[in-house]
Design a protein around this ligand. Structure first.
Ligand code: E4P
Length: 217
């Protein structure tokens, strides 16, 4: 499974990239707002830090507007994935942009039928939002499993990019189900390393080491 960082914060992306932990990045208008940066400028910087796909989202709601914005965003770098919403016009824009050979991430997916349409429109990625489904008492992970089954039934090549991830359990469950990518905030990616038995075991080893009176260096 690939890990994408769901952020537009350059420092976080740089740290994760240095560790080899980030295979791509996803942004959206809310994350751009949070960064306080200009979309073209910050996206260019992110693309220079990360080799993999960097999703940048259009804001037009009509197909032609999305196509025009998508083409402009794609000029930033070769690794741009144009993010379009899962609407009828978004599907039209997806078809046109993928036919031109561009990567497209169809976002705001909340049902298996929507994911089926995104695959039919040639999407490179579909982004089902797990956390926002959980927020309304539905099971976001069930949606990931349903899409996995449907795509495998027919050999669709669209990658399942699990989004709106809120916990480390979301990541391990997505990996178990077979999502192709998980995009998560850097705080969640960092939390994956934590385990109380690791901390307890390390403390015990260090205590015993101190008793030996030895030094390695
Ligand atoms: C990523 O592509 C999505 O825009 C993002 O994961 C949404 O997450 P949120 O529901 O926490 O805002």
């Amino acid at each position: 499974m690939k890990f994408f960082a769901d952020t537009a914060e350059i420092d976080d992306i740089a740290e994760l990239a240095e560790l080899g932990l980030v295979d791509g990045v996803t942004t959206n208008p809310s994350l751009i707002l949070k960064s306080g940066r200009d979309i073209l400028e910050v996206t260019r910087e992110i693309c220079a830090l990360v080799d993999g796909p960097v999703s940048a989202e259009v804001v037009s709601t009509d197909a032609q507007g999305m196509i025009d914005e998508g083409r402009k965003l794609a000029e930033i770098a070769d690794n741009i994935a144009i993010k379009v919403p899962l609407t009828w016009d978004g599907l039209k824009a997806c078809k046109t942009l993928t036919t031109e050979g561009r990567m497209v991430n169809v976002t705001l997916c909340f049902s298996a039928n929507q994911a089926l349409l995104a695959a039919k429109a040639g999407a490179t990625f579909v982004s089902p939002f797990i956390g926002r489904l959980d927020d309304i008492n539905l099971d976001g992970l069930d949606l990931i499993a349903d899409i996995r089954t449907i795509y495998d039934n027919y050999g669709f090549e669209t990658r399942i990019l699990a989004a709106s991830i809120r916990s480390v359990n979301h990541i391990s469950e997505c990996a178990r189900i077979g999502a192709d990518v998980a995009t998560a905030p850097p705080s969640v990616l960092r939390k994956m390393v934590e385990h109380p038995l690791t901390d307890k075991g390390l403390a015990a080893f260090l205590k015993d080491w101190e008793k030996t009176g030895q030094k390695i260096l």
